[in-house]
Ligand binder design. Structure first.
Ligand SMILES: NC(=O)c1ccc[n+]([C@@H]2O[C@H](COP(=O)([O-])OP(=O)(O)OC[C@H]3O[C@@H](n4cnc5c(N)ncnc54)[C@H](OP(=O)(O)O)[C@@H]3O)[C@@H](O)[C@H]2O)c1
Length: 351
């Protein structure tokens, strides 16, 4: 635990994920928000004027009167920079902050595939954080970029990790039902989504088919060896506010009973270094036994939105098992995940 609160900035503070950061950082024991960054549209305005607040919890008092600043490394004096920027903007801005010495914890996909960039879910692959050392050598900067995965890969990967450790996962067929907040604000037009399902989210299927392989991969010789698992994904946007659901069928090295899978997921614990951080999910996975759970409206705030909720674990006639996974997309899948990553990096002495 740091001796005093570490100054942090939020890039993209007015957006869907940015607002979650503002809310989750309100009472954070280690971090203190010192700068809010957004586009030229918002710069110079009070946060409460620039931001159309869409969360149920009220806008935290600390943020209301802060003046939104531009994304310049000389005006943003923060050791940790949380990025909730879109990819094209993140691609340009995040290295500038890393070069200036900041630890950038990013939600964008721009650097997720970088060989020296950790793609982190601390409860899954806390050891991958060590890639930061290689990144600093390769890129000659004193800061770093650490990323979290796309919000649909998140819950699925946590569940697969528990199962892979116990039984070796070979193949996954996954269908997502993704919440509207995942498309940012204002996101999908109401006329497009009410009474509807949109069976395509640009670039999402490729992310869900690749990102879990990196996170479930092995850290060896300062590199990640991708997991040898085949994943096929369908991704859909549905009229849910928050909480991504994924229906998955999984093939293992050998048949696995639902009872054994439930036991493996229920007893799964984060690696020791990621177990007792302020944002550690408690529990990591909750398995529901009711026939009609998990449901986004009822279950998305399990473990303050950081727990992965699994249900309907049963036999699959084609693969071995099938089940449903729910994860809060802007908490565990975005802002909460980035904050958890930052806590891990700090705890490992990498700031
Ligand atoms: N939503 C999710 O569930 C989720 C989950 C995981 C990852 N992500 C990723 O997180 C990132 C943010 O997504 P979002 O849904 O929060 O998007 P969003 O609601 O559209 O918000 C975008 C934010 O970026 C700011 N911005 C735009 N151009 C900028 C610039 N040139 N300089 C500085 N700030 C700029 C906007 O400020 P203004 O208000 O001033 O325009 C706004 O604050 C994306 O990369 C997304 O893929 C999202």
């Amino acid at each position: 635990m740091p001796s005093s609160r570490i100054p942090v900035a939020v890039l993209g503070a007015t957006g869907s994920v940015g607002q979650r950061f503002i809310s989750l950082l309100e009472h954070h024991p280690w971090f203190k928000v010192v700068a809010l960054v957004a586009s030229d549209r918002s710069v110079g305005q009070r946060y409460s004027d620039a931001c159309r607040w869409v969360l149920n919890d009220p806008m935290p008092e600390y943020a209301r009167d802060m003046v939104v600043v531009p994304a310049a490394t000389d005006t943003v004096q923060a050791k940790i920079v949380f990025s909730a920027l879109h990819n094209e903007i993140a691609k340009d801005l995040e290295p500038q902050f890393a070069r200036a010495g900041a630890m950038v914890c990013s939600n964008a996909s721009s650097y997720r595939r970088g060989e020296d960039v950790p793609l982190l879910l601390p409860e899954v692959n806390a050891d991958h954080v060590q890639l930061v050392k290689q990144q600093r050598i390769n890129r000659g900067w004193s800061g770093c970029i650490a990323t979290n995965p796309n919000c649909t890969s998140t819950g699925l990967t946590v569940a697969l990790k528990a199962l892979d450790d116990a039984f070796r996962v070979r193949k996954v067929f996954a269908v997502s039902l993704q919440a509207l907040s995942g498309a940012g604000y204002p996101g999908v037009s109401s006329l497009d989504i009410i009474d509807n399902v949109i069976p395509n989210i640009g670039g999402e299927e490729e992310k869900v088919e690749w990102e879990p392989l990196k996170m479930l991969g092995k850290y060896m010789d300062s590199k990640i060896q991708l997991a040898e698992i085949g994943i096929s994904a369908h991704t859909n946007r549905v009229a849910v506010m928050d909480g991504h659901t994924v229906c998955a069928s999984v093939e293992f090295a050998q048949p696995v009973s639902p009872e054994a899978a439930i036991q493996a997921m229920t007893s799964y614990e984060a690696p020791a270094s990621a177990r007792d951080l302020p944002s550690s999910p408690r529990p990591v996975i909750q398995v529901r036994v009711e026939a009609d759970r998990p449901q986004p409206r009822l279950d998305r705030f399990t473990g303050k939105g950081m727990t992965t909720v699994v249900g309907r674990v049963r036999q699959d006639p084609l693969y071995h098992l099938k089940f449903v996974v729910l994860s809060h997309n802007t908490i565990r899948g975005a802002a909460g995940g980035s904050i958890y990553n930052a806590e891990l990096l700090v705890n490992e002495g990498l700031l």
